[in-house]
Design a protein around this ligand. Sequence first.
Ligand SMILES: [Zn+2]
Length: 455
Amino acid sequence: MPLSELPVATAVIRSRRVVLPDGERPADVLVRDGKIEQIAAHGSLLVGDAHLTDLGEVALLPGLVDTHVHVNEPGRTEWEGFATATRAAAAGGVTTVIDMPLNSIPPTTTVAGLDAKRKIAEGQAWVDLGFWGGAIPGNTGDLEPLHEAGVFGFKSFLAPSGVDEFPHVEAADLEAALTEQARIGALAIIHAEDPAVLEAAPQQPGTHYRDFLASRPDDAEAAAVARLLDTARRTGARVHILHVSSAAVLPLLAQARADGVQVTAETCPHYLTLAAEEVPDGDTAFKCCPPIRDESNRDLLWAALAAGEFVAIVSDHSPSTPDLKLLQKYGGSGDFAKAWGGIASLQLGLPAIWTEARKRGHDLSDVVRWMSAGPASLVGLTGTKGAIAVGHDADLVAFDPDGEFAVDPDALHHRNPVTPYAGKTLTGTVQTTWLRGRVVDVDAEPFGRQILRTR
Ligand SMILES: [Zn+2]
């Protein structure tokens, strides 16, 4: 087709390494009006220079879908906000973010809370943005209106969440929430640590990571997951286990699936790329709950990933201000027991995972399955997001799989320069991010859209 016949909103992106649902190969991807219109043989689409981006050996991936991000706005915008989070996302190759219902104030536990969030997010998102709701004690009546308003499901905590306005559910609350979610067809997403096991564990405050790890044992996850699966079995609810850190839960998931329980699970870059053995004492940038465990546990998580036992790898990006992290470099105590539990990694998930995945013999198709297609399927966005396929949104990432960089926290778009990846050398650089066919420029106007669960 000669240049003059191409509509303005048409472009071809060419790469020797296009990561398609059935594998990686050289291809031309024709984008029109924000959608992928055609996938053709490499070099076969005739377009003028103005319409062609030839990436050479740089890979073309579908934009990542990160279904576990704590944006924290409104209410704790100094921790992170829509502008900073979505800039970081775009710079890290993430084109869809689903925001968690806490630590914003108000939390997303009522339609009014959702409306407040949607209003303040308007015009501030560099990527597409959706919302989870929250199921807390006493808000069972809010779940159906929130579901109708388009949240992607409901988060509950089985142990204290860390913020007062988002209390955890006891057995009776969980039963009520899951019964209602089964009735309305919503997805329940669960932070699974058991408060009784946590209370019984040795609580030794201080700067030693080993003491912190002992205070959040594998059993806390396993006991909580067992209890959750029991309730899911009884109520028929669809459940998703958030941020699995302990390999001890894997046999429980396998058994439940075999029994016909609808259960999925995710894990996170920090559990797959970091290990307790390497956490420096006092470096609370590494604190999260559940915690980063030993290398042997990490190997089991990778084996489970390879076996398809996790539907997604998502960031669980949950930053706070440096003072709440009690970081020693900012004059804090470095006390793991008291520091805010949350890891900031939204912009770094893709290179962190790629660095480790490649070492372990995985390819870009695996990474795309775990970080794009999988999370898209979790939230019912298969068909628009998470794949380079005809008819999908042209959310694309030019990714140099051989590029290397040293992580400089001050150079990240995260609001606060705190991350456990500081100083590490990671492999894989995001060169360009396209959202619905347009190059995302984090210094220009944002054009991300709010997306709602479709019925
Ligand atoms: Zn989280």
